[in-house]
Design a protein. Structure first.
Ligand code: AMP
Ligand code: MG
Length: 406
């Protein structure tokens, strides 16, 4: 087991130890949100024929040589085509075809002039501009060609991706798409102090468990199916061991919160040996949530987060997302990391990287007051984690920091 490692090393170890879930097939019309497990190639050109991107006239560019408002060129209008029309005609020198947006560009034409650059004539049109071949000309296959890689394995089937399939005629009931199975996750929260929300009144010494709600809703936002949500378990080693054993039956990944620090009741250290789980790392150089632990249990990843509400939430974003990305075979699930400028001085010193909830807008990072790991309320409305490097002096306003977008 590695210990005291960097965030990057922890993510690397997770990625090295996790394989994508198995793949199967699903009807294209029900595939929304799923991840492709194989490449999909285009069965046709899109558009299938040269297409006009605007309302105007198609002709041979060579016919417009020298044309201008002062010296227009006159062409004979031989036909009008609308989106959905078709002609077998080959347009000859000196001729033009009136076209509406989306209409096919007939053979013989190699450009389209915008209607506004003409007199809009019906039998004869005055061309006010000299065009080059392929000006305003959407060639057949300019979106994609038959045989092109349309969607690579690992693509999430979002609206745009399904739209691409539909434009290639593949969004049909009978088309079975190769996709990874949905990732199934179990969440187990431990702690003697935790009670469910329906415990009323709140007994002395107890608190409502918030981690289960945070993780369940984040998992669902990320397209994960929650198979087990055990809101709390007492701080004894056996109960979580039973829970983890049972959860593993129908989960591809297990996330626990609580009990991973170094206190007397941090029982995961006793629980995991009971299960013969293989511990890969424990303790990462970061704040909050440094006691995070990662193990493999019956070949399934088991991520154990600190119970502190904000720590659990931040380390979920940092570690569970790359883990899920690997399980799903979809890199999109990883947080996007960018850079921003601090809106204010950051004065809290530290010898490890500190992840602070913040709002990232127009390149500026604004952190709310109250960023202790036990506080969750100030995380509402934030959209990123700002990574404050280890500092012995305050970090001044406008300093550039890494920003993990959520
Ligand atoms: P632990 O990681 O078990 O040492 O817990 C650290 C802190 O987080 C303690 O103050 C716990 O009471 C709190 N905590 C642990 N689990 C939860 C939870 N599920 N919901 C809210 N707070 C929690
Ligand atoms: Mg505890």
């Amino acid at each position: 087991m590695e210990t005291g490692i960097s965030v990057e090393r922890a993510i690397e170890l997770i990625e090295q130890n996790v394989r994508p879930v198995e793949a199967g097939h699903i009807r294209a019309t029900r595939a929304q949100g799923r991840i492709l497990s194989e490449d999909i190639c285009a069965p046709m050109d899109q558009p299938p024929w040269p297409r006009s991107p605007l309302d105007g006239y198609a002709f041979r560019a060579a016919d417009s040589t020298g044309a201008s408002k002062e010296t227009p060129v006159a062409l004979r209008v031989v036909e009008t085509l609308y989106a959905g029309s078709w002609t077998e005609r080959t347009v000859q020198p000196g001729e033009a075809v009136r076209l509406m947006t989306g209409a096919p560009i007939p053979a013989g034409c190699d450009c389209v002039i915008r209607q506004e650059e003409t007199d809009g004539g019906e039998e004869t049109v005055q061309i006010y501009q000299a065009l080059q071949p392929y000006d305003n000309y959407c060639a057949a296959g300019c979106d994609f060609h038959r045989g092109d890689l349309l969607l690579p394995a690992g693509t999430r089937l979002t609206g745009n991706a399904l739209g691409v399939l539909a434009s290639a005629g593949l969004y049909r009931e009978e088309i079975m798409l190769p996709v990874y199975h949905k990732v199934r996750c179990a969440v187990i929260c431990t702690g003697d102090e935790l009670v469910p929300n329906d415990t009323r009144p709140l007994p002395p010494g107890k608190i409502y468990s918030s981690n289960a709600a945070v993780l369940a809703s984040r998992l669902s936002e990320l397209g994960v199916e929650l198979t087990t949500l055990l809101p709390m378990f007492s701080d004894s080693a056996d109960a979580p061991a039973d829970a983890i054993y049972e959860a593993a039956e129908n989960a591809d990944v297990i996330i626990t919160t609580g009990g991973v620090s170094v206190g007397a009741k941090d029982i995961l250290h006793e629980t995991l040996p009971l299960l013969f789980a293989d511990r890969i790392f424990w303790k990462v150089k970061l704040k909050p949530g440094s006691p995070v632990m990662f193990s493999l249990y019956r070949e399934r990843p088991l991520l154990s987060l600190s119970g502190n509400p904000f720590a659990a939430s931040a380390t979920f974003e940092l570690f569970a997302r790359p883990l899920l990305a690997k399980l799903f075979g979809c890199a999109d699930l990883k947080p996007i990391v960018t850079e921003g400028a601090l809106a204010e001085d950051f004065t809290k010193k530290g010898c490890s990287s500190r992840f602070v909830r913040a709002v990232f807008r127009d390149g500026v990072v604004t952190a709310p007051q109250g960023h202790s790991s036990g506080q969750l309320a100030s995380a509402v409305g934030t959209n990123c984690l700002a990574e404050i490097p280890p500092i012995s002096e305050p970090l001044e306003k406008d300093s550039r920091v890494k920003v993990w977008l959520l």
